[in-house]
Design a protein. Structure first.
Ligand SMILES: [Ca+2]
Length: 85
């Protein structure tokens, strides 16, 4: 899975064909991260990734930083198997 981020990205979860959007801004549950797309493929946070400032550097914009060892975010379904037709 590729996680793409840019400072200008401001997805609202309404983009046609978007299968997942995890902005990592909602830190209310350290074990999960909401998918704001219509797919509702909420992520499970594994390990203990560090909460860091998001790409915009703005207040309320957070990201997670993996340790390269055992941190990951997984979803219940494989997003690679979702048909785009
Ligand atoms: Ca963010």
């Amino acid at each position: 899975m590729a996680i793409i981020g840019t400072a200008s990205l401001n997805a609202q979860g309404l983009e046609e064909g978007l299968i997942g959007y995890w902005p990592f801004d909602d830190q209310s549950d350290p074990a999960s991260t909401p998918d704001l797309s219509s797919g509702e493929n909420h992520g499970t946070i594994n390990g203990e990734p560090e909460i860091v400032a998001g790409a915009t550097g703005g207040g309320g914009d957070y990201a997670i930083q993996f340790d390269g060892a055992d941190d990951s975010v997984t979803t219940e379904v494989s997003l690679l198997k979702i048909s785009m037709s």
